[in-house]
Design a protein around this ligand. Structure first.
Ligand SMILES: Cc1cc2nc3c(=O)[nH]c(=O)nc-3n(C[C@H](O)[C@H](O)[C@H](O)COP(=O)(O)OP(=O)(O)OC[C@H]3O[C@@H](n4cnc5c(N)ncnc54)[C@H](O)[C@@H]3O)c2cc1C
Ligand code: FES
Length: 294
């Protein structure tokens, strides 16, 4: 029995998530996506209004606090009052978050950061390019586009994973592909060969899908998320296809502490990734990412 329960206090009252003080939120369900990757469905703090591309600071009590993007927000697929976040276990805090189960409580601060400007693709073609777990922060943006499908021209989703076993949201990719109004193409860097090999799709880097997508450079607005090196090559190849780099949006990851632009931990030259980003137009960050150690 917890100390609070022993004193008859019950669970802490729900209160809004603050910028500095975490709100205690219950884990409603968990889902193992990949051996090291879990999706948590959380009870949202009261009044919590997040947008695609934003993130929260998730606090695993007694372990640590880390920035995690929203991979699902209230809309056609997520009920009101819930938040969905997909986490890959890479260190102590993400391992603790991935070990949470329904009924556990996690600390939530936020929402933080600049959202994907999905509306920039109204009347244009929205092109989502994801590498690995980069599909998680893009998913709410794609869902927002699909919820307002008539506002967009083509909606294209290009996904790359290291191997078929590393492919995130596999069932959802298949469901999107079945809709007929979103063009889904998936590639893996490497697939097991030989008899019984289950992968019959494309093999190669996600950049190989770009020339085959038949993009109209004058209409494409690209939303790109994945490892930094992948985003650099995608932006380069889109420019090679004639897409104006200003129409390429990327989401950056940097270590964070305060998430409100005061501690400087996430500073990238004159920008703070936590408040000026994590979503940036490519021309704003391209020169910075060329500098080693920045
Ligand atoms: C804006 C933003 C949004 C993010 N969204 C997500 C998300 O939706 N899902 C998610 O899983 N992660 C996301 N991350 C990354 C996540 O915050 C880090 O993985 C986390 O901070 C690692 O903390 P830790 O204490 O578990 O590991 P640490 O102890 O900090 O790191 C353990 C080891 O893992 C390495 N490492 C740290 N981060 C990463 C990484 N991202 N990938 C690979 N290796 C890493 C470190 O170099 C170290 O060697 C996001 C980061 C930012 C800045
Ligand atoms: S995390 Fe403190 S300034 Fe960005």
């Amino acid at each position: 029995m917890t100390a609070a329960a022993a004193q008859g206090l019950g669970p802490p009252p729900a209160r809004p998530a603050g910028a500095l003080l975490p709100a205690s939120c219950r884990v409603l369900s968990t889902r193992r996506e990949l051996p090291d990757t879990w999706t948590l469905e959380l009870e949202a703090p009261p009044g919590f209004a997040a947008r695609p591309g934003q993130f929260s600071m998730l606090y695993a009590f007694g372990v640590g606090e880390v920035p995690i993007s929203f991979s699902g927000l209230p809309g056609p697929t997520v009920p009101e009052g819930r938040l969905v976040q997909t986490i890959r276990a890479v260190g102590a805090t993400t391992r603790a978050l991935c070990a949470l189960r329904a009924g556990d409580v996690v600390g939530v601060r936020g929402p933080f950061g600049a959202p994907w400007p999905v509306e920039r693709a109204h009347g244009q073609d929205a092109v989502f390019v994801a590498g690995g777990i980069g599909l998680a922060p893009l998913r709410p943006a794609l869902e927002a586009a699909l919820a307002a499908r008539a506002r967009f021209g083509r909606v294209v989703l290009l996904v790359g994973a290291r191997t078929p076993a590393d492919l995130l949201y596999r069932e959802q990719l298949e469901a999107w592909a079945r809709r007929g109004d979103v063009e889904v193409r998936v590639t893996v860097d490497a697939a097991p060969a030989g008899p019984g090999a289950a992968w019959t799709g494309d093999v190669g880097f996600v950049t190989a899908l770009l020339p085959r997508a038949g993009l109209d450079p004058a209409r494409a607005v690209a939303f790109v998320c994945g490892p930094e090196v992948m985003m650099r090559f995608v932006a380069r190849d889109l420019a090679g296809l004639g897409v104006d780099p200003a129409r390429v949006l990327v989401s950056l990851e940097r270590n964070m502490h305060c998430a409100v632009g005061t501690c400087g931990r996430c500073q990238l030259a004159g920008s703070f990734v936590c408040k000026d980003g994590p979503v940036f137009p490519w021309p704003q960050v391209e020169p910075l990412l060329r500098v080693r150690e920045l």
